[in-house]
Design a protein. Sequence first.
Length: 503
Amino acid sequence: MKSLRSAAMLFLGFPSFCAGLSTHAAALPEWDWATASPESQGMITSQLESIWTVLEGRRTTAFLVIRNDKIVFERFATGHSGITKHYTASMAKALVGGVSVAVALSNGRIALDDRASKYVAQWADDPVKSKITLRQLGSHTSGLADAEENGLAHEKLTGWKGDFWKRLAPPNDPFTIARDQVPLLFTPGGGFQYSNPGIAMLGYAVTAAFKDSRDLRSLLRERVMRPIGVADAQWSVGYEQTFNVDGLPLVATWGGGSFTPRATARVGRLMLRKGNWEGQQLIASSAVEQTTMDAGTPSNGAVGWWSNNDASSEKLPKDAFWGAGAGHQVLLVVPSLGLIAVRNGESLSSATNYHAALREYFFHPLMKAVNSSTASLTGSAPYPPSPRITGLTWSPKETIVRRAKGSDNWPLTWADDDNLYTAYGDGNGFEPFVPEKLSLGLAKIIGPPPEFKGVNFRTLTLEQRGEGKSGKKASGILMVDGVTTASRCAKRPSPCVEVERCT
C-alpha cells in the first residue's frame, strides 16, 4: 500500500525530492544530438536558409539551431565547423561568469543578495562599495564604471581603463584595478551601467567563496564541462591566464573564452534543462532560474546572462535568455520553444546599435522560422514542445460522439486490461444511468472511438454525494498492478486531501 500511495502521489503532482547535486565529475553515458528536418521539429527550412544567406553575407562563421533536442540546421563558413573554437568576447559573462555563479549557488557558497564585501575584504570599510551585492555585480547595476570610452579600441585607452585590458601581473592586473581603482558612477542598485570590472569582481567574489584555492576554470571543468561531454580541447577561458591576487587564483569572467559552437550549445542545453544532464542534476534548478531570469534590477540583466522577462525583444518569448559578446557572438535559449541557437563571427552591423542588430538579424528572423501552428510564442508554456506531437488537427464537429450526458471532469487511466478507467463528477454516468446523481462516480470505457462503450461500476469506498462545491470531485486516477487509485478533492481546485483505492 505504501508503494501504491507513493506512486499515486507522484502521478498526481505532489512534490517529490530529487537526487542530490553532483559535486564532482561523474561518468555519464555518452550523449550527442541527433539531426532532424526543421519541419519535423516545427521549424521552416526556407526561413532558416534565408537567415543563413543574410548571416553568411555578414561575416558569420557558425550558425547552429537546435530544437526539441535535435539539430535542425547547421551551417559554417569555410574553415569552420561545429568543433572549431571561436572567441566568445563577452559571451563569457554568461558561459563563465553566470554558470560559475550557478554552481556556487547550488553548493550554498553564496546568495545573490550577499554583499560583495563578505568576500572582498578591501570593500568592507568603504561606505558605498560595501553595499554592492552579487546580484548587482552580475546584472550591471553595481554602479562600477566600465573600462570603455567612446568606442575606442582597447589598446588606445589610457589610465586604469587601458591597464584593465592589458592583463598585467599583480598589482596592475584587471582584478586589482577593478577592486581598487574603478570609480562608482551611482549608488549601488540605482541604475544600469554595463561594467566589465563589475563582472570581474563577481568572479573574484565567487572564487573567494569557495575558500579552497580552486580557480573557476577548474570548477567549470569538473562540475560542468566534462560531465556534459565537452572535451578539454573544445573550450578555454580566462585568456588562458590565472592571476594570483592575495592568494586567490582568479580567472577572467568578462571575456577571454574560446568555445566550439557545439560546446556553447551544450551549455545552453544544460541551462534549458534547468541544470539536469541526462538524469544527473549538475546545477540546482533554482540556481539556473536565479542566474538566467531577470535579476529584478534596472534593465534586462540576469546574472551574466540577459533576460527577456521585460519583453525588451518584443518578438521573443518572455522566458528567452542569452549570452552575447562583441562581434555578435550569441547563445540564445528559449525554454518554452525547446530552442537553442548559436552564432559566431564578426559584427553583424557597424551602422546599427548592437542590440538592435542582434534583434534584426538573429532573434526576430529565428522567431519567423518557428512554425506558429506548432508552437506558442507567448513564452508561458511550462515545458518544451513534444518532439513527437508536432501538430493537432480537430475532427469535424459532426463526428463528435457524446455519451454520459450531464457528467463532467473525466480523469483517465489506462489499465492492465487495455481499457480506460475514469471518474465523473456531478452526474449519473453512462447509459443506463445510475439511479441517483453522484458528485463522484466511476466508469470503465471499452474500445476505441467512435464505437466505444461506457460501463458504470459502483464502489461504496469512493462514490461521493453532494451538489456542486459541497461534493468531493476526482482530480486524478491511477491503476497499479490491477488496483485503481483515485484522489479525492474537497473542492475544485483545492489540493487533494485523500487517497482512496478500490478493486
